[in-house]
Design a protein around this ligand. Structure first.
Ligand code: ATP
Ligand code: MG
Ligand code: MG
Length: 347
């Protein structure tokens, strides 16, 4: 069987490596920290950073295919790996999702609806963007944002200067605030031969900018759930994608608005571990290894709850729900320590 290389050793990498092990496949993990969650359950390659090209080449030499658990991998690192082994999902998916401006431009080019947006590179650009987009709106750094970090809300146009100051000069994008009814996401998968399978859309609730719960089924009409799945399929095909993708959507009275895409397994897909025979991690491993996709149909209703910081301690004794812990030593505030999948028979 193929040996899979995973760039990044966090909880997503860990759960990918565990799924691969169950299929008899080996994983190598590339992370600076030998104690990282994924490095605890796979062969670990430590390095001095993503500009450590010797370490990258050694990692690539040990694997048959490379994948990743986060999207902010520098181009030079990707080039070094791709000189030796294929990277799945491919480079276009990374380019599009690394940069919110590129992402929104590409998604609208595909005919999908995104929030109104404008690039902001300096104070003058901020003024022009606010004149066009107005308020309420959200200023976000183009790169490196996650869990709501690198964002500032504008309640009124007056907030523009303070919001721009909060970006510390980073190239940004101003987005119109979408007055959504709810947030859903589709976890989709595409195999090397183009086969597509999507999990049921989940409904997401955030707390302090961090995903709090995902509930399946999402409370949306069947037709809208189908639209969401078809939309994810269009994105997968347009990117000639191989692997699992997360597509975050806003449900509005005038239809679905794409918030962002993540070219990897996704926190809002963790419910699949206890709600489906084959979960998002196995689906990703199957796709990346060149196998056919599995049956991801949902057998249960699920509420997935993230355990953030010291919330995890109160849940250690839970025995009537699927408990997934990431092996992180310190329960720092805001840190994802694990999650809980509470299931019920499908209604
Ligand atoms: P993630 O951890 O999902 O990668 P992120 O830091 O990339 O998060 P976003 O997904 O862009 O951030 O935004 C976080 C949350 O903020 C969204 O899930 C949504 O609740 C809210 N939000 C973001 N953009 C908008 C918008 N344009 N209109 C309304 N709400 C928004
Ligand atoms: Mg994001
Ligand atoms: Mg998001």
């Amino acid at each position: 069987g193929a040996t899979i290389g995973i760039l990044g050793g966090g909880q997503l990498g860990r759960m990918l490596a565990l799924a691969a092990a169950r299929l008899g496949l080996k994983c190598h993990v590339y992370d600076p920290d030998t104690g990282a969650p994924a490095a605890q359950v796979a062969a670990a390659h430590t390095h001095a950073g993503y500009d450590d090209l010797d370490a990258l080449r050694g990692f690539a030499a040990a694997v048959d295919v490379a994948t990743y658990e986060f999207e902010n991998i520098p181009t030079a690192a990707l080039d070094a790996i791709e000189a030796q082994v294929p990277i799945r999902p491919g480079r276009q998916a990374l380019a599009v999702s690394q940069d919110r401006l590129a992402e929104k431009t590409w998604l609208s080019g595909l005919g999908l609806t995104v929030a109104p947006f404008a690039a902001v590179d300096d104070a003058a650009g901020m003024e022009a963007a606010v004149a066009r987009i107005g308020a309420p709106s959200i200023l976000k750094t183009r790169r490196f944002g996650y869990d709501g970090k690198g964002q500032a809300r504008l309640h009124a146009a007056d907030d523009a200067a303070a919001a721009w100051a909060a970006m510390n000069g980073a190239p940004s994008v101003l987005e119109g605030f979408v007055d959504f009814e709810r947030e859903i996401s589709v976890i989709g998968a595409r195999a090397a031969d183009g086969q597509i399978a999507c999990f049921d859309p989940g409904e997401n609730v955030h707390r302090n900018g961090i995903l709090h719960t995902t509930t399946v089924p999402a409370r949306v009409p069947r037709a809208l759930a189908t639209d969401a799945v078809l939309l994810a399929g269009r994105i997968l095909n347009a990117l000639d994608y191989v692997g699992v993708i997360g597509v975050e959507l806003f449900v509005t009275p005038s239809g679905l608005v794409v918030n962002e895409i993540a070219p990897r397994v996704h926190n809002s897909g963790h419910w699949t571990q206890n709600g489906c025979l084959i979960d998002q991690f196995e689906q990703h491993v199957r796709a990346v290894a060149g196998w056919p996709l599995g049956d991801g149909s949902r057998h249960s209703d699920v509420v997935m709850t993230n355990l953030i910081g010291d919330e995890v301690f109160a849940q250690l004794g839970v025995a009537d729900a699927g408990l997934h812990l990431y092996g992180k030593a310190e329960a720092r505030p805001g840190r994802k320590m694990g999650h809980l999948n509470r299931i019920a028979p499908r209604a």
